[in-house]
Each structure stands twice: as C-alpha cells, then as structure tokens.
Design a protein around this ligand. Structure first.
Ligand code: 13P
Length: 248
C-alpha cells in the first residue's frame, strides 16, 4: 500500500512571523496522523520552519530552485542551499512557474536531476489547461510532461519523486476535478511510468492530486484508488483547515 502524502503549497504567502504562528496551531492538530505532511513555503521562511518542526511529523519543502549548483544567477537559490538548512522536498514545474516564469519541460528535467543529486525529493507538477482537456488532449499532455520530467533518472530516483497531477483549470478556481477524472488521469500517469520504468517502480510512485482541494472534498479524493494524497494551495494557509485535510 502506498502512503498518503499531503503537501501544502503556500505560494507567495506568509511572512516568517506568520509562518511561525501557523506552526504553533498546526503541529498539535496533526501529531497523530499516519499521513506524511509537508509544508512548501517561501524561501525566507524555510530555515525557521525547519527549526520549529524538528522532532515533529511535519516536513519542509521549497517551491522552486535553480538547476545549476552555483554561479552567476542573480536572485536564484540552489539545491545545496536548500539541503544545507534541512529542507527535504522541492516543488518543481508548478503550472504557475510554467505560465509566468518560463519554466519548460527541459528546465523541469534539469531541476529534477539536480534535486536528486543533492538529496532533495522533488514534487513534480503536471497538468493540462481547460482548452487542452476540452480538445481531448489531457492524457497526451500529462503523460508527455511526466516522461520528460523523469527523463534520464534511475529507477530509485523515480521512486523518490512525487508527481502532483494539477489540472490548471482546477487551481485556485474552486472547481475541483471529479474523483473519477482525477483518478483516471493519475492512472494514465502511472501507466506511462510503468512503460518506461516497469511495474515495480510505477506501483510505488506517489501521485497526488492538486486543484481546489479543501476539507469538504479531501476524503472522497484521497480515498480513491490511485490518488495518493494532495498538493493543497489556498486551503493550506489556515492551520485548522489544512489540519482537517491532513486528517481527512
Ligand atoms: P489551490 O488548492 O489553491 O487550488 O492550488 C492548488 C495548487 O496550485 C497547489 O500547488
């Protein structure tokens, strides 16, 4: 049985003080869960969050990183910088980065490789637009994104990669994919991984759903056969609401 992994993506929200306040309320609410809990926060809050989650079951992730190890890349953050402060996860290829910051399948793949080389676990986002879904292209888009993101990885690295299926039309819109649609898309992603890396690897990979997850729909989504938890945006900003999702 695959474990359930529930990750919050805070996006560009919360100051360091607000992040600390969040933890005070949130940690006691999730201390009895068997699910894996991750908070992906803005860079400047990461060190503080790592410090204040030591000894708890809450893990910390970043929302992006550069693919180069170091150098003249003004404004960027490297994988080794994240690793050095105790960050364990990093979101790669979120649709907002693909849309607003020129992230491509190629840069996603480079970042995924660098993350693994530095012992960080990537959470790779894939997902189709509404137009692509309406044209019947969703499966093609998400399997291609998955294949290119994982290109050149070892079986072990693929096993240590989390995929987040996030249909773009469901992000921040209040419009959630039905559990059947989400499950079918995730099955397609798993089949693609199976074709390249074999059944053993494919059946172990964690594939989350993301897009307007909230406490009122978490249970039906996360108890569907192929959905291994969620990547949660807006609803992860409030400790009680995010805790309800974690404890679905
Ligand atoms: P919302 O949960 O706010 O729709 O955002 C989803 C998302 O983009 C998580 O990465």
């Amino acid at each position: 049985m695959r474990r359930k992994v529930i990750a919050g993506n805070w996006k560009m929200n919360k100051t360091v003080d607000e992040a600390k306040e969040f933890l005070k309320e949130f940690i006691p609410l999730v201390e009895n869960t068997e699910n894996e809990v991750i908070i992906c926060a803005p860079f400047i809050a990461l060190k503080c969050l790592v410090k204040h989650t030591k000894g708890t079951n809450v893990k910390i992730g970043a929302q992006n990183m550069h693919w180069e190890e170091a150098g003249a890349y003004t404004g960027e953050i490297s994988a080794s910088m994240l690793k050095s402060i105790g960050v364990e996860y990093v979101i790669i290829g979120h649709s907002e980065r693909r849309q607003y910051f020129a992230e491509t399948d190629e840069t996603v793949n480079k970042k995924v490789k660098t993350a693994h080389a530095n012992g960080l676990k990537p959470i790779v986002c894939v997902g189709e637009t509404l137009e692509q879904r309406e044209q019947g292209l969703a499966d093609e888009i998400i399997t291609k994104q998955t294949k290119l993101a994982l290109d050149g990885l070892t079986n072990e690295q693929v096993e240590n990669t989390i995929i987040a299926y996030e249909p773009i039309w469901a992000i921040g819109t209040g419009k959630t994919a039905t559990k059947e649609d989400a499950n079918n898309s995730i099955k397609k992603i798993r089949e693609e991984i199976c074709k390249i890396y074999g059944q053993n690897v494919a059946s172990g990979v964690i594939i989350q759903y993301g897009g307007s997850v909230k406490s009122s729909n978490a249970k039906e989504l996360f108890t569907t056969s192929d959905i291994d938890g969620g990547l949660v945006g807006g609803a992860s900003l409030k400790p009680d609401e995010f805790a309800k999702i974690v404890n679905y």
